[in-house]
Design a protein around this ligand. Structure first.
Ligand SMILES: C[S@@+](CC[C@H](N)C(=O)[O-])C[C@H]1O[C@@H](n2cnc3c(N)ncnc32)[C@H](O)[C@@H]1O
Length: 242
């Protein structure tokens, strides 16, 4: 997958894109990152990229001209799926990331300051947010999106890892994980994980996932496909509470 990133701060990406699994995927030709500095496309004498907002208000707004010229240079025939990272977008989810991973080419636009001239949105295909909070720029959200989407691209994760067995993949938060030693500072690993009975382990994990999700993110349970055993387990939890 080719990913073009339009930003005022390309230096922020250097480590993240070339380290660990993303770095390996780049070396293997699975991911192809291309950073573009929007400032290079400013036509003003001092290479300005932002200006005061019409109508007044705090902060500066990124101007349309450098962004449009950068888009024209990087993606002249609009082949990439163009995404603007913005708190005003729909929220990035596992499902959205998986669907984006099937795209050949993404283009990510990172805002800064108070945001971007709204006319730029006419050249975008999608607006995505990484959550209901405000960051200083779209660079971290772009990195979050890249990391999250890349996990679904075949070959990015190691062969013993899977993007399909994590929190949210089946609608629930993940069950607790343990590794050696079986006892640490008096804290023992649950017995069921040590007995090698895979059916029992699977049931225990499912129930742990249901219980954790019920406590931390109850709204997720409503959107999850539950079987009879799940429903009976949740009912038993209600009864223990009462
Ligand atoms: C300070 S924010 C601008 C916030 C904007 N004035 C608003 O209230 O919606 C500057 C830039 O950071 C990025 N950004 C901040 N929070 C974000 C989030 N939760 N998701 C995606 N991008 C975000 C966007 O690119 C945005 O243009």
């Amino acid at each position: 997958m080719r990913i073009d990133i339009l930003t005022l701060f390309p230096e922020m990406f250097a480590n993240v894109l070339h380290t660990s699994m993303l770095g390996r995927a780049c070396e293997n030709g699975i991911l192809d990152f291309r950073l573009h500095n929007i400032r290079d496309y400013s036509v003003s004498k001092h290479k300005n990229t932002d200006d005061y907002p019409f109508g007044g208000g705090a902060g500066m707004v990124m101007m349309a001209q450098p962004v449009y010229d950068c888009l024209d240079a990087v993606d002249p025939s609009h082949e990439a799926l163009r995404i603007c990272l913005t708190p005003r977008g729909s929220t990035l989810t596992t499902q959205a990331a998986e669907s984006l991973s099937r795209t050949d080419r993404l283009l990510l636009l990172c805002g800064h300051y108070e945001g971007i001239d709204e006319r730029v949105m006419l050249a975008m295909d999608r607006e995505l947010s990484i959550g209901d909070y405000i960051l200083t720029g779209g660079e971290l959200p772009a990195m979050v999106l890249i990391d999250c989407v890349s996990r679904f691209i075949p070959g990015v994760l190691g062969s013993d890892e899977s993007a399909g067995d994590e929190s949210f993949s089946d609608g629930l938060l993940e069950y607790p994980q343990y590794t050696r030693p079986a006892e640490f500072r008096g804290m023992a690993v649950p017995e069921v994980l040590l007995n090698g009975n895979h059916a029992l382990i699977a049931r225990w994990r499912r129930e742990q996932a249901l219980q954790k999700t019920l406590v931390v993110r109850p709204e997720l349970i409503e959107r999850t496909a539950l079987d009879k055993k799940d429903k009976a387990f949740l009912k038993s939890l209600e009864n223990t509470e009462n």
